[in-house]
Design a protein around this ligand. Structure first.
Ligand code: AMP
Ligand code: MN
Ligand code: MN
Ligand code: MN
Length: 278
């Protein structure tokens, strides 16, 4: 019974439509409990939920909120959020608007670097002409032959501190947790091992801040963090009495991340976040 509580669809920067992703998880990957967690939007959930109901699989509403801790970007997953909560939906739309404004600026920077038309190309790539991600820009830079792969796009242009990086005014970790709670959801610290923090004490202080803000769970295994982090995440879960989650962070079959459900399952000795989502 594979579980995957972190994945993306075309509602943000994934390659599959929500319904297509659900069928792929069920039919090709053997996933039986899944959450769709698109960046800063719940717009794919209704379609995914219908598809999951049709397959007979357990589906959990999700979102992945972009936030900042100090100057470091941190992602907070919300599970079990109510996508019909009007205030919550409006807050998510504000986040997407920040994304769009950032995308225009990224396009300008790329143009100044000698690569015109990237904003238009990125926008055309998104299904709904909304919610443009850096991953879309990476794909466009690849399609134009400017870089060989996604990693090169981030390493040369899009990553933090690189010439086309544009800092967005994301909310704080505490605000992200509060937003998730306001929609009845459970806050999960996503892939802490992927943040750009370096020292142990910085990681400890992030987890502590997340707990102080009322966050309930942490991703113990994530397709976008090294397995070396699993023991540390387990320690944090034990120290702060956090529930555990697992997710592939799947975006597409062409990506570098594991296929849905293959990231690994929750080890013994940690309470599953699913207990909070009954
Ligand atoms: P953003 O639009 O800033 O939320 O960026 C989102 C996407 O960019 C995520 O799907 C990440 O997986 C991807 N991403 C961010 N940083 C990197 C990186 N250094 N290398 C590869 N992909 C990255
Ligand atoms: Mn993404
Ligand atoms: Mn993330
Ligand atoms: Mn993600």
């Amino acid at each position: 019974m594979l579980i995957d509580l972190h994945m993306h669809s075309t509602a943000s920067d994934g390659a599959m439509k929500p319904s297509e992703l659900v069928r792929f998880c069920y039919e090709s990957c053997g996933v039986r409990t899944m959450a769709l967690t698109d960046h800063d939007t719940v717009s794919g959930l209704a379609q995914a939920r219908r598809a999951a109901q049709y397959c007979g699989m357990r589906f959990i509403n999700g979102i992945e909120i972009s936030s900042v801790w100090g100057r470091c970007s941190v992602h907070i997953v919300g599970l079990g959020v109510d996508d019909e909560n009007a205030d919550f939906v409006a807050a998510a739309e504000d986040l997407c608007e920040k994304r769009d404004r950032r995308a225009v600026e990224i396009g300008r920077r790329l143009e100044a670097l000698g690569f015109p038309g990237m904003f238009e190309a990125a926008e055309a790539m998104t299904q709904s002409m909304a919610n443009i991600s850096r991953l879309h820009f990476a794909q466009c830079l690849m399609n134009s032959g400017i870089v060989k792969n996604q990693q090169e796009a981030f390493d040369k242009y899009l990553g933090e501190g690189k010439p086309a990086f544009v800092a967005a005014s994301w909310c704080s970790v505490a605000q992200a947790v509060e937003l998730i709670h306001s929609a009845g959801g459970v806050a999960v610290l996503a892939h802490p091992g992927r943040t750009r923090l370096k020292n142990d004490w910085e990681f400890d202080s992030l987890v502590e801040g997340f707990v102080e803000a009322g966050g309930e769970a942490i991703e113990i295994i994530s397709g976008s963090q090294s397995h070396c982090f699993t023991p540390r995440c387990l320690q944090w879960a034990q120290r702060y009495n956090l529930y555990g989650s697992v997710g592939s962070d799947f975006h597409s079959v062409a990506g570098m991340r594991p296929m849905p459900g293959t990231q690994g399952q929750l080890p013994e000795g940690v309470k599953s976040v699913l207990q909070l989502l009954a």
